[in-house]
Design a protein around this ligand. Structure first.
Ligand code: NDP
Ligand code: BG6
Length: 460
């Protein structure tokens, strides 16, 4: 902890603050932390304190919490906030507001002398999505660089704060047996799935402008891809990890519409707040290529969507099949060797191999060797936002992407987003399915076999 700290949450009246940020403060209430909610809403101090008590479960935090009413776009309204912030305390500005407000808030902070460049311990936290495309992300990064030093900036991608995602680095770089088979000579294909069972819930206002590519692919999915496929970093320091991820993302081709599938779940148009004729995608799948020595020619399939059969976030590495297996004069169908890194639920890693079925005949069956991640933990796995908040408090940067990765990720998805803006209606898929039929064809025709969902696949 940086000692006495004021946490200013812009947009504290919103969904994210109530569901994720305030509950994550449970356990961080060491008497040094004070929460200040800020926004346009006219909320009385007592009412806000009640919200803090209910969401964080901490009477101590609630007792000192305060609400400051301001208009994000009017710097003159930041005066009360400035008065609230004592000079001898660290300040964390958490922008939990829609992305179109970020630039105004940064201007408001500067105009009222609250930026971080004058030697004070002021930090700024930005929620995703950072920008709407590569150009706007570059502008935002440039604005941030004028107001804060890079080590004062925290760009959130809460996937990087998931223990299971961080474990990708531990798995790859502390077990040297996998390195010789982590490349184009041995790997047949890679799949990344980020499936959700829930629909858009109450978030139509946000989601109907954003869609699955901006919401999930540009950030979470590409960050996971980078961790799975990047070169070993010089050290595990955040700067080196960011450099390795950025280098990998530079090798990923921007996605064209011909390599992708766009879907919308049945009933999306009837969701409260969605335009009657919305063409927004709630599902996206794509075949990606990485042009470098390690991965050239290995197809990478990604898919993400809402209202799918069940929640499932995982990476599947499929190694090349055994070249030949003849038993009793008959060729046996090889069982693909799979490594499944399951981020949620049933967190863990499974190596699916072919084994001999016990008995008199020499018959192959799929069998799994599994690490159950929860059994490694001494306590229940923390929510990603708990990790995010405690790392920001401690001044760490491991769980945060750098500005360059974010810009490059936009460059990868921008052509796809632009093509889809001018296309007709997405393919409809049934709620509770695995998405549009075309996504199955994408994998089959792209040399990936079929989508693998652990739990459905024998041995996983
Ligand atoms: P909300 O839509 O709930 O907005 C948060 C607050 O911002 C509102 O309570 C409101 O506060 C203010 N606000 C809303 N719309 C506008 C607007 N058009 N102009 C100015 N202010 C506005 O958003 P969330 O809490 O869902 O998300 C906040 C941020 O976190 C976004 O950047 C989002 O992308 C990101 N995020 C959200 C996730 C979630 O699960 N909710 C997950 C991951 C990221 P007031 O009226 O008091 O000013
Ligand atoms: C958020 C997206 O970033 O991630 C949401 O905005 C999505 O739409 C969420 O539901 C998924 O996160 P998790 O941790 O539940 O996989």
């Amino acid at each position: 902890m940086p000692g006495r700290t004021d946490l200013v949450i812009f947009g504290a009246s919103g969904d994210l603050a109530r569901r994720k940020i305030l509950p994550a403060l449970r356990g961080l209430d060491d008497g040094e932390l004070r929460v200040i909610g800020a926004g346009r809403s006219d909320i009385q101090e007592e009412a806000f304190r009640k919200v803090v008590a209910e969401t964080s479960g901490s009477e101590a935090l609630a007792a000192t919490a305060d609400w400051v009413q301001l208009d994000y776009a009017v710097p003159e309204t930041y005066g009360r906030l400035k008065e609230e912030l004592a000079d001898d305390r660290s300040v964390i500005f958490y922008l939990a507001t829609p992305p179109q407000t970020f630039s105004s808030i940064l201007q408001g902070l500067t105009a009222s002398g609250l930026s971080g460049k004058d030697g004070r311990d002021h930090r700024v936290v930005m929620e995703k999505p950072l920008g709407q495309d590569a150009d706007s992300a570059r502008r935002l990064n440039a604005q941030l660089a004028e107001l804060f030093n890079e080590d004062q900036v925290y760009r959130i991608d809460h996937y990087l704060a998931k223990d299971t995602v961080q474990n990708v680095l531990a798995f790859r770089f502390s077990n040297s047996i996998f390195e010789p088979v982590w490349n184009r000579s041995a790997v047949q294909s890679i799949q990344i799935t980020a499936a959700e069972e829930i629909g858009i819930e109450q978030r139509a206002g946000y989601y109907d402008r954003i869609g699955a590519v901006r919401d999930m692919v540009q950030n979470h999915v590409l960050q996971v891809l980078a961790l799975v496929s990047m070169e070993p970093p010089a050290t595990f320091d955040p700067v080196d990890i960011r450099r390795a991820k950025h280098e990998l993302l530079r090798s990923v081709d921007p996605i064209r519409a011909e390599q992708a599938v766009r879907g919308q779940y049945e009933g999306y148009l009837q969701e409260h707040g969605v335009d009657d004729d919305s063409r927004r995608e709630t599902y996206a799948a794509a075949r990606l290529s990485i042009h470098n020595w390690r991965w050239d020619g290995v197809p990478i399939f990604i898919r993400t969507g809402k209202a799918l059969r069940r929640q499932l976030t995982e990476v599947v590495i499929r190694w090349r099949d055994a070249p030949h297996l003849k038993v009793g004069g008959h060729l046996q169908r090889p069982i693909p060797t799979l490594l499944v890194m399951r981020f949620q639920p049933n967190e863990g890693i499974t190596l699916r191999i072919g084994a001999k079925r016990p008995g008199p005949r020499f018959e192959m069956v799929p069998a799994g060797m599994t690490l159950e991640y929860k059994r490694l933990a001494r306590a229940p796995l923390p929510d990603a936002y708990e990790n995010v908040l405690s790392e920001i408090m401690a001044g760490g940067h491991t769980a945060f992407p750098g500005g360059k990765e974010i810009e490059r990720s936009w460059e990868i998805v921008d052509p796809l987003i632009q093509s889809w803006e001018s296309e007709g209606h997405p393919e409809t898929y049934s709620k509770g399915s695995w998405g549009p039929q075309a996504a199955e064809d994408l994998v089959t025709s792209g040399g990936g076999g079929r989508w693998i969902s652990s739990g459905d696949e024998p041995g996983t």
